[in-house]
Design a protein around this ligand. Structure first.
Ligand SMILES: Cc1cc2nc3c(=O)[nH]c(=O)nc-3n(C[C@H](O)[C@H](O)[C@H](O)COP(=O)(O)OP(=O)(O)OC[C@H]3O[C@@H](n4cnc5c(N)ncnc54)[C@H](O)[C@@H]3O)c2cc1C
Length: 361
């Protein structure tokens, strides 16, 4: 059987997989990026994504180094709440940008089988194409197909909540302030975006109560829940819901395979750090592969796994701990919530501690 041979094949063209493909291609490696979906529309007016990211300074440098920092029109800077970095950028990698870098983009295609030998990983696609690589990277999200093909057991703990995301235009200037409310059984966060716009993540056990609302009703409900601090809202993107789970695989490396991004770990979005952890995976793996004669060398993959373990565990421990603290039914906690103290204002030292380890500022 004849396989098309690459230094690395990446399964999953989300933010994290695409960033690694770009980094490896820019370093002169032959790399293929396999994405089940079609390339996203990247139009400023039409292409607002419901999920908005606060990107850490270290990851901003990683993205800037590849020329992949997004259009400034979409970036808002968080001035308050002690969130370090920039938010509101719809970080995206266009198909043209990836192709220009030399990465081979295979879209609308799914993998059918994965096999590894001590010398290479082999992927057969549903359309019959066959790819071989020194290294296969699973960047295919929380329900990772790659992870399921290997003997990589993962502990999956559902939070019993979904994250409902949507973007809004607001009547009053947000002044670059990120706002967060703890309501006992749910957490509402507003992130400032460029202009008079905000992005919302509402972690709630009852997503349907928000999803069933008309755009006008949703805007009114969200503005009201935040005490109308930013006046009236108008809905920009329809609400979408994502089940929230804590995913902790026992290992993120196997023979000729590495996992990155949500395939390798998930965290509760209350600290808005999921994609930062993923970018760090990509940056560290790209750094290790830079001068490697064999991208799938087992010692190198072990080193990647060791390097990431502590930072990921610290972030998961921190986010999970904060989640449990704010959902514990302890005397005094309702009072704390009702004072309206924000997560970061009251827990800054704790957040700094795990953020410093994970983000590297
Ligand atoms: C409600 C919610 C709010 C969040 N808010 C924030 C936030 O404010 N800040 C933050 O940093 N993070 C946030 N996160 C986390 C963040 O969205 C994720 O950590 C990040 O998007 C993960 O990126 P990824 O590239 O690893 O995975 P994904 O974005 O899931 O991408 C995986 C890609 O793989 C493709 N794929 C899947 N299976 C296959 C297959 N078999 N073959 C080929 N392709 C495949 C998919 O089509 C997809 O494009 C939030 C998450 C949720 C759920």
């Amino acid at each position: 059987m004849r396989y098309d041979k690459y230094r690395a094949v990446i399964v999953g063209g989300g933010l994290v997989g695409a960033s690694l493909a770009l980094a490896l291609a820019r370093a002169g490696k032959r790399v293929a990026l396999l994405e089940a979906g079609e390339p996203a529309v990247d139009d400023l007016e039409q292409g607002w994504d419901a999920r908005i990211y606060a990107v850490s300074p270290a990851n901003r440098r990683f993205l800037e180094g590849m020329g992949a920092w997004p259009d400034m029109a979409r970036i808002g800077t968080i001035a308050s709440m002690d969130v370090r970095g920039d938010a509101g950028g719809r970080v995206s990698f266009s198909a043209a940008q990836l192709r220009d870098s030399g990465a081979e983009l295979i879209t609308g295609a799914r993998a059918k089988t994965l096999a590894t030998t001590p010398g290479e990983a082999r992927l057969m696609l549903e359309d019959g194409r066959e790819l071989a690589a020194e290294l296969l990277v699973g960047a295919d999200g929380a329900n990772s197909w790659v992870r399921s093909q290997l003997d990589l057991q993962a502990s999956v703990k559902p939070y019993g909540q979904s994250g409902v995301v949507a973007n809004f235009a607001c009547e009053l200037p947000h002044q670059g302030i990120a706002r967060q409310w703890f309501f006992g059984d749910s957490i509402l966060a507003w992130l400032p975006m460029a202009g008079n716009r905000i992005s919302m993540v509402w972690s709630t056990p009852d997503p349907q109560s928000l999803l069933q609302l008309s755009p006008e009703e949703l805007a009114a409900r969200v503005a009201e829940a935040g005490g109308r601090q930013l006046g009236a809202f108008a809905t920009l993107t329809a609400a979408a819901a994502f089940p929230l789970r804590l995913i902790q695989p026992e290992a993120v490396a196997a023979e000729r395979v590495a996992l990155i991004g949500d395939a390798a770990h998930t965290v509760h979005p209350l600290a808005g750090q999921g994609v930062n952890l993923g970018f760090q995976d990509a940056a560290q793996l790209a750094g290790l592969l830079d001068a490697a004669p064999d991208c799938g060398d087992w010692m190198l993959l072990r080193r990647y796994q060791r390097q990431r373990r502590e930072a990921v565990a610290a972030m998961q421990f921190g986010c999970d701990g904060l989640y449990r603290l704010f959902h514990a039914k302890l005397p005094g906690l309702p009072w704390l919530r009702n004072t309206g103290l924000s997560l970061t204002n009251c827990l800054t030292p704790l957040k700094r501690q795990f953020a410093r380890q994970a983000i590297g500022y």
